[in-house]
Design a binder for this molecule. Structure first.
Ligand code: NAD
Ligand code: IPM
Ligand code: MN
Length: 354
């Protein structure tokens, strides 16, 4: 029997609440299948760990994580710990050191999911964002001169390498070709006269290898407007790290909310483990109340199943999420229900087994 070894970093706030349901669901899938199983190892890293030890993860943590097939992450960030420390020393270090340069984020309006847009049908919101996940605006390069002096100066560099741009753009072209969909690049070459001009140039260059893929190129400001006014324009989307971060929260808003938005951080070469997580944060405003929506985490579990080659089960999980949304009987408050995180997790498993 095949065993998938998963490192679990439940993290902070609602992280542990939603990840527990994700684990139960994955175990239920494995049990129903019978030919594979999961082995989960929990790492207690996060802001509590930081408050006790001064570190977000144990020394040698990255070497430890390397031994696993994937990382399943809840959320990171808590009041009292500066966000740039908690995120840079845990989530971002994993994305970067494991070269998870693809961040795959579906923005798909499932049947029954609430949509704040007028006159929009489910099939109109059906995108896959391919977000650059290793460099760009998140390269972590910069300087802070004359700190705390009246003449202080802060510089944050955007780092766009040829290799970094080419590989994510090529991945997106391959995906568009495979799915028979259009590909839209979102950038900002009019104002960012180095980085985004370069991005656009590479988008065109790589495109020469994919004459069958119909492409569009939008400036990020116009793209934000069109995502709201005319979302059906977008199918496969490729964009930079920061633009992808922002646009996928916008995407979440038009596709049912943060409680339904999932993401996969992929190292396509499988040289390092990939990481699966809901895209929402630790939601301190609802943490500890047992009402966080676990469906985003279940969707990210579905992405994990796809990545391990169990696409039939990945699809089944999405179907189950959709059934739950259509029935509207067992939903958390963010989706207008009054059920708990655990109730929704249990409902997923009940429907899987039905
Ligand atoms: P957030 O995503 O945590 O919350 C935004 C809003 O969405 C809140 O009102 C929250 O209650 C709601 N929400 C989020 N997930 C939900 C769910 N599953 N069910 C129901 N409602 C949900 O974003 P924020 O408030 O900007 O950030 C809070 C903390 O999380 C910060 O420390 C931030 O740095 C961190 N953060 C971490 C990640 C991550 O670990 N991947 C992502 C984003 C933010
Ligand atoms: C996300 C998050 C992270 C990001 C933060 C927490 C660093 O917002 O995964 O969308 O910006 O990538
Ligand atoms: Mn984000």
């Amino acid at each position: 029997m095949k065993t998938h070894k998963i490192a679990v970093i439940a993290g902070d706030g609602i992280g542990p609440e939603v990840i527990n349901e994700g684990i139960k669901v994955l175990n239920a899938v494995a049990e129903l299948d019978g030919n594979f199983k999961f082995e989960f190892t929990h790492f207690p890293w996060g802001c509590e760990y930081y408050k006790e030890t001064g570190k977000m993860m144990a020394d040698g943590g990255m070497d430890e994580l390397k031994k696993y097939d994937a990382v399943f992450l809840g959320a990171v960030g808590a009041p009292g710990v500066p966000d740039h420390i908690s995120l840079w020393d845990l989530l971002l270090v994993i994305r970067k050191q494991f070269d998870q340069y693809i961040n795959l984020r579906p923005v798909k309006l499932l049947k029954g999911a609430p949509c704040p847009l007028k006159d929009v049908k489910e099939e109109d919101v059906n995108m896959i964002f391919v977000r650059e996940n290793s460099e760009g605006e998140y390269a972590g390069s910069g300087s802070w001169l004359f700190k705390d002096k009246p003449n202080e100066v802060v510089i944050q560099d955007g780092v766009f390498s040829r290799v970094g741009c080419e590989r994510v753009i090529r991945y997106a072209y391959e995906l568009a070709k495979k799915e028979g969909k259009t590909l839209t690049s979102i950038s900002k070459g009019n104002a960012l006269n180095y980085s985004m001009v370069f991005w656009d140039k590479i988008f065109k260059e790589v495109g020469k290898d994919y004459p069958e893929v119909k492409t569009y190129s939008y400036l990020v400001d116009a793209a934000s407007m069109f995502m709201v006014k005319d979302p059906k324009r977008f199918e496969i989307v490729v964009t930079s790290n920061l633009f992808g971060d922002i646009l996928t929260d916008l995407g979440a808003a038009i596709a049912g909310g943060m409680g339904l938005a999932a993401g996969a951080n992929l190292n396509p070469e499988r040289k390092f483990p990939s990481m699966f997580e809901p895209i929402h944060g630790s939601a301190p405003d609802i943490a500890g109340k047992g009402i966080a929506n676990p469906l985003a985490t279940v969707w990210s579990a579905s992405q994990m199943l796809d990545f391990f080659g169990h696409e039939d089960w990945g699809k089944k999980l999405i179907d189950v999420i959709e059934e739950i949304l259509v029935e509207k009987k067992v939903l958390t408050p963010d989706l207008g229900g009054n059920s708990s995180t655990k109730d929704v997790g249990a409902e997923v498993i009940r429907k899987l087994k039905a």
